[in-house]
Design a protein around this ligand. Structure first.
Ligand code: AMP
Ligand code: GLY
Length: 425
């Protein structure tokens, strides 16, 4: 098969790495990719959001399957454009990608499908939103309704913080039109986990559970980020939570989407809060998480390409993913200052020594190579340094030994990825 992966982060490097070992693979491209994907695929200089150029490339190169990594191209209609060109694409249509693209749409689907979630209300008038906050008080969660690169959510501990968030989102429009409306939600309390499922519109198969660490600082302090590290499987949440999520969240959502004539195809990411009343939906995403994907794929023993192909063909009944028994941990190495405006261009030392650590694997998240071959930082999250092992403790040892072998003074990482889960075991 001739395959095109779309995106340029650590998730896409992990996808390309896993796909490159598939017996079904003929040739692999990544648009635009990064120096990591270049090791296992051919990078092409097309932006992930340049849908017409992606379709032309796929046509001219007889691509059999397109695998989108990030949400933005899906929300913008990448899968629809590929379908119109008769090219298979393992991701949802723009209509189905609204599960991530619009917070209020996701909540509507949850309510219609009987999926437990926080109480919510949508406001497209800032004064009405403020009045709601004054009436209901804090804590309250304020969300930009549209896509805001994972940054449009404020968990406001005080009324003043909530009012400030409404002003920033709706009046100052810090997230642009994504802030034309806000969703105000009841604040849920509990442990957060991400459950993944591969869907073909009707059927779904589980792809595992991971736990992300969203705050920049150790002990879950500091600003929210795209994710500073993840591990899988969480020792405390196993088969039972997975089954419960498939029955109570994934299947009802798929049925409701199909009923509306917009079936969901692709990877569904169910963000759950494990409250004392049971699991509740925080959000749906319409793709793999980053860095959850890196950790999950390190445990996948069976072929990813045939599973994704089956999802596109509506043949998921024949897919039963096989996982290794051990654990995987993904630690993000980011530029100091992330998630603020990080400095680009600092030189990263040789990765070869880190790559020899047993069980370790490094995925590139935001790197570039200078004309003289020097690896430099080009994004906020720069590398995802992963470790695998027989259990969580061993996987953590491997990841942290590898990260310790990387010379890059401008970088930082959290030392506590998977730490709380390990202490709890
Ligand atoms: P989201 O972009 O929807 O994933 O939200 C980002 C983060 O905000 C989540 O990972 C949660 O930690 C937090 N969050 C979102 N909604 C709620 C809620 N209703 N209650 C408590 N925390 C929330
Ligand atoms: N790591 C969270 C996300 O990909 O949205």
């Amino acid at each position: 098969m001739r395959v095109l992966v779309v995106g340029s982060g650590g998730r896409e490097h992990a996808l390309c790495w896993k796909l490159s070992s598939s017996p079904l693979l003929g040739q692999l491209w990544c648009a635009p990719g990064n120096p990591g994907t270049a090791r296992v695929a051919t990078n092409i200089g097309i932006d992930a959001l340049n849908i017409p150029a992606l379709v032309s490339f796929a046509r001219e190169n007889a691509i059999d399957l397109v695998i989108p990594g990030p949400e933005a191209p899906l929300v913008a209609g990448l899968a629809d454009a590929m379908q119109a060109a008769a090219i298979a694409c393992c991701g949802p249509s723009a209509a189905a990608a609204r599960l991530e693209g619009s917070k209020s749409f996701a909540k509507e689907i949850a309510d219609a499908a009987g999926i437990p979630t926080a109480l919510w209300e949508r406001f497209d008038d800032a004064e009405a939103a403020r009045a709601f906050v004054r009436r209901r008080g804090a804590p309250v969660v304020v969300k930009a309704d549209g896509l805001a690169a994972g940054k449009g959510v404020v968990v406001a501990a005080s009324e003043a913080d909530a009012l400030a968030a409404i002003d920033a989102i709706m009046t100052e429009r810090v997230f642009g039109d994504a802030g034309a409306a806000v969703v105000l939600e009841e604040c849920l309390v509990g442990e957060e986990v991400s459950v993944f499922a591969l869907c073909d519109g009707e059927t779904a198969v589980p792809l595992g559970i991971a736990q992300d660490h969203k705050r920049a600082g150790e002990g879950d302090t500091g600003p929210n980020t795209g994710g500073m590290g993840a591990y899988t499987p969480p020792p405390a949440f196993g088969q039972e939570l997975q089954d419960r999520t498939m029955e109570g969240f994934v299947r009802p959502a798929l049925a409701e989407m199909a009923r509306r004539g917009t079936p969901f195809r692709g990877v569904l990411f169910v963000g759950l809060m494990l409250t004392h009343e049971g699991p509740k939906l925080i959000e749906f995403n319409v793709r793999f998480g980053d860095p959850e994907c890196q950790a999950l794929l390190l445990r996948l023993r069976s072929d990813l390409l045939s599973a994704l192909q089956a999802a596109c063909a509506g043949e998921l009944e024949r897919v039963a993913p096989d996982w290794s028994d051990g654990s995987a941990v993904a630690v993000v190495l980011a530029v100091r200052g992330y998630p603020g405006r990080p400095e680009r261009g600092s030189r990263i030392g040789d990765l070869a020594r880190a790559e020899t650590v047993q069980g370790a694997r490094i995925f590139h998240s935001g790197t570039d190579v200078t004309p003289d071959g020097q690896l430099i930082a080009s994004g906020g999250r720069v590398l995802t340094v992963c470790g695998t092992g027989a259990d969580l403790a061993a996987a953590r040892r491997s990841a942290y030994a590898a990260i310790g072998a990387i010379e890059w003074p401008q970088g930082f990482y959290r030392r506590d990825i998977g730490g709380r889960a390990l202490r709890a075991t």
